[in-house]
Structure formats: C-alpha cells, structure tokens
Design a protein around this ligand. Structure first.
Ligand code: TYD
Length: 209
C-alpha cells in the first residue's frame, strides 16, 4: 500500500492551472512536506517522445490512437515516477491525469463511452488513482481570452489548444460531469478570481487532507 498522496490538477487550457500548481507545491514544501511535482504527458524519457508525437502538430493521430498514446504515457509515468514516489511517502502533485483523458479524448473527440473503455482507462492507472483532484473552472470564453493574450506574448499553442471552440466546450462540460459524479474527490475552484484568491481556495482544501 502506498503511503503518500496523489493530488491531481485538472482544467481546460488557460485556466491558470500550471501557475497554481507550482505555487501549491512551494506552499506544501514550506510546510515541510516531501513533494514531487510532475505532469502529463511527458515526464519520463519515453513520455517525452510521446509528448512530441501528441502535441507538436507534426502528426495527426486518429482519435483512438491519440487516446492510446495518452494511456501509454500514463502507464509509464505511474510505474516509473508516481508509484515509487508514493511508496516513498511523498505527496505527488500531478498536472493532469485520467480526468483529462475522459474530457479531451472521450468527450472532446466524441469517442463512444462504454464500460470496456472505462476499464482500459482504469487499467492504465496501474491501481493508482488520485486522493484529491483540484479542478480549476473557467468558462471557455474567459479561457480563450487568456490564451489569446498569452499567445500574443509569444507562447506557442499546442495541437489541442488550437482545436475549435466546440471541442473546448465539450471538455468544459465533461469536467463538470466528472465533478458532479465524484463530489468527494473532485474539488472545483472558480478560476475567474485573482491568483491569490484561487491559491487560498486550494490551500484551504488541501489543509483539510
Ligand atoms: P500542456 O502543454 O502540458 O499544458 P496544459 O496542461 O497547461 O494545457 O498540454 C497538455 C495537453 O494535453 C493539453 O492540451 C491537454 C492534453 N491532454 C489530453 O488531451 N489528454 C490527456 O489524457 C492528458 C493528460 C492531456
């Protein structure tokens, strides 16, 4: 049995997730916790290659292929990075996990949701599921505005960021459904507040863990 905790961060592109995650890790470390910060896809050497295939835009995988590659990245990540850290008693803070696959591939790509597919998503986790998930909630309209200003400042959009508005709407709706179906695990936070207010909400939730 693992000793540590797995905390995942989820949300659409432009929700401020990465900034909040880094601040959360710094706060946990300041409290003396042994924390590992990680992300999907791409935080193993094999995953780095998968990330390039998935996000560079050099390849256009079929929807099913895309899903399988995200799962391949996850399994490698769990076995190589997450599981050993949990077994060592660390708190693992992970930028995206299975909820992203449910939202982006199943809902975003309109793959038919059926029990066998859900079972495969579970199987790819190798028995490691999040203790708590922070969902940063921001409307697609607000996220689009933020992304546009970041891109004007030089940030390069990945292949999925560049998808149309209705793809992002389906993802937003899917995260909503996930939150409703898992009220104990998934803690939704209004990301349309200033950075400090969002961080305070996150710290309040994690303090209760
Ligand atoms: P990334 O550049 O890591 O940043 P961010 O999480 O801030 O968007 O982008 C990862 C992309 O991969 C993002 O567009 C969501 C997508 N993704 C999926 O489509 N399915 C998945 O299972 C995961 C983990 C990520």
């Amino acid at each position: 049995m693992s000793q540590g905790k797995l905390i995942t961060f989820e949300g659409g592109d432009g929700s401020g997730k990465t900034t909040q995650l880094s601040r959360t890790v710094a706060w946990l470390q300041a409290q003396g916790r042994d924390v590992l910060q990680t992300f999907e896809p791409g935080d193993t050497s094999l995953g780095k290659a998968l990330r390039h295939i998935l996000l560079s835009g050099e390849f256009v995988p079929a929807a099913q292929t895309e899903l399988l590659l995200f799962l391949a990245d996850r399994t490698q990540h769990v076995q190589e990075v997450i599981m050993p850290a949990l077994e060592a008693g660390k708190w693992v803070v992970c930028d995206r996990y299975t909820d992203s696959t449910l939202a982006y591939q199943l809902a975003g790509r309109k793959l038919t949701d059926h029990a066998e597919l859900r079972a495969m998503l579970k199987w790819a986790e190798c028995g490691v599921s999040p203790d708590v998930t922070i969902l940063l909630d921001l409307s697609v309209e607000d996220a689009t505005t933020r992304m546009a200003s970041r891109q004007a400042g030089g940030e390069i959009a990945n292949r999925l960021d560049r998808e149309k508005q209705d793809f992002h709407q389906r993802i937003h709706a899917a995260f909503d459904t996930i939150a409703q179906a898992n009220p104990e695990r998934v803690r939704r936070i209004n990301a349309n507040q200033d950075i400090d207010a969002v961080q305070a909400d996150i710290q309040r939730i994690l303090s209760a863990l």
